[in-house]
Design a protein around this ligand. Structure first.
Ligand code: FAD
Length: 397
């Protein structure tokens, strides 16, 4: 064998997984098509990632959090969910918890850089950058990957972290459901005139959804989801016209807004692999579950998948067992699926409800918000999902 584990994809999930196993005796290769300089200093991509308390702890345990300057981490102290044009909101506040914040905001490129830097100094981790995996396979004894230049390398286990559109997942025959919403997400940052007080707003308007998330220095991250056919016209808007439009959609709550980044567009396709493993092959990160961003769970789940798979592998190593055997991978798949599948289906149901503009749907949307405020257990459940404070405290992770 050339390596003990081959990881395909050096995105945040693949790098976090490598770091989870860096302090074992395993010899690990990470294959990535981008150049190393882009991993060492990833460009800003408009994504400001909302992280839960569980993710905070997992990133801390991996030595990633410590590599991020405090001024690159913003706190979410409260959150409001609004429906249609109504001022009524479903409210969440950190005072309802024992924490000083509901969650954290960190730019995706900052997370990716920390994940890359956290691997520095580990001699058992080899990065093969600017290398495209074009084929993958396995038999009873090993797995292999083939590069574009026809080189083949082998390992007892291959782990794919090659995005929600994973080609290697398909090559390994893992069936995956894909839900193309026919919508696009546009993200950017803006400077606000009025203090945002570290409050997040999720506005389910009838034609679009608009999330406004607090960043440091009174900036906000703007996340718009809209029908894909409207994307080009929004991207072509003059910066000032765009700003006036968002101010209006926010009912001027934050006063004048000024665009401080370019606009980035992402097509909205959610994916869920039926299984997160097959023979000597596992999928993690978005390759396992590719979430709609509205509930901000994508990377939070990606971190959990990396952590769970690494824990199962370490348990097998401690017993001197085959860490790539199917029962080990099956335990990872079952555990991650128990958390991820309900969040995936729940998020998609929410998106369907909040993009339907029939009268019954509008009534249901309104009723849900009111019930959410009134029914404490329901509110508690949403709060748990939003913050993962309970999961962080439980011994489950
Ligand atoms: C607009 C937006 C907002 C979001 N907001 C949040 C949020 O608030 N909270 C949250 O938790 N998540 C959020 N997410 C989700 C989060 O960004 C993703 O879950 C996360 O980036 C996925 O990481 P990954 O490592 O699994 O995959 P990716 O980041 O897609 O990385 C995959 C890597 O694999 C490489 N690769 C692919 N194929 C090959 C191949 N054949 N050979 C070699 N290399 C290959 C690619 O080059 C890439 O580097 C958001 C996503 C979007 C689009």
């Amino acid at each position: 064998m050339d390596y003990d584990i081959i990881i395909i994809g050096a995105g945040p999930a693949g790098l976090s997984f490598a770091r989870s196993l860096a302090d074992t005796r395993l010899n690990i290769a990470i294959i990535e098509r981008s150049p190393e300089k882009d991993l060492a200093n990833p460009a800003y991509d408009g994504r400001e990632i909302a992280l839960t308390h569980l993710s905070h702890r997992l990133m801390n345990d991996l030595g990633m959090w410590q590599l991020i300057d405090d001024d690159r981490i913003a706190l979410i102290k409260s959150a409001k969910v609004l429906n249609g044009n109504s001022p009524y909101s479903l409210n969440f506040d950190h005072h309802e918890t024992d924490k000083e914040n509901l969650g954290f905001m960190i730019a995706n490129n900052v997370i990716r850089k920390a994940a890359f830097d956290a691997l520095g100094g580990f001699k058992n981790i080899t990065l093969l950058a600017e290398t495209d995996v074009v084929n993958v396979g396995s038999n009873a004894a090993s797995s292999w990957v083939e590069f574009a230049d026809k080189t083949i390398i082998k390992a007892p286990l291959v782990v794919a972290a090659d995005s929600r559109f994973s080609t290697t997942r398909r090559m390994m025959g893992i069936a995956t459901s894909m839900l193309d919403f026919g919508r696009t997400c546009i993200v950017c940052t803006m400077q606000a005139q009025e203090p945002h007080q570290f409050s997040a707003h999720e506005c389910f308007h009838y034609d679009r959804t608009l999330a406004v998330l607090p960043l440091n220095n009174n900036q906000v991250s703007i996340v718009i989801t809209l029908p894909s056919e409207e994307t080009d016209s929004v991207l072509a808007m003059h910066r000032d016209d765009f700003a006036r439009d968002i101010e209006k959609r926010m009912n001027n709550k934050l006063g004048a807004l000024e665009l401080t980044s370019e606009l980035f567009a992402y097509p909205l396709v959610a994916t869920l692999a039926r299984n997160f493993y097959t023979n000597r092959f596992a999928v993690i990160g978005d390759a396992a579950v590719g979430m709609h961003p509205v509930t901000a769970h994508g990377f939070n789940l990606g971190l959990q998948s990396a952590h769970i798979l690494a824990s199962k592998i370490k348990q097998a190593l401690a017993k001197g067992a085959d860490y790539a055997a199917s029962p080990v991978l099956a335990r990872y798949s079952a555990k991650h699926s128990r958390t991820a599948a309900p969040i995936y289906h729940g998020t998609n149901a929410l998106v369907r409800l909040y993009t339907t503009t029939t009268r019954p749907a509008k009534l249901a949307r309104r009723a849900l918000l009111h019930l959410g405020n009134i029914i404490k257990p329901a509110k508690g459940l949403i709060m748990d999902q939003l913050t993962e404070i309970k999961a962080e405290k439980s011994g489950r992770f």
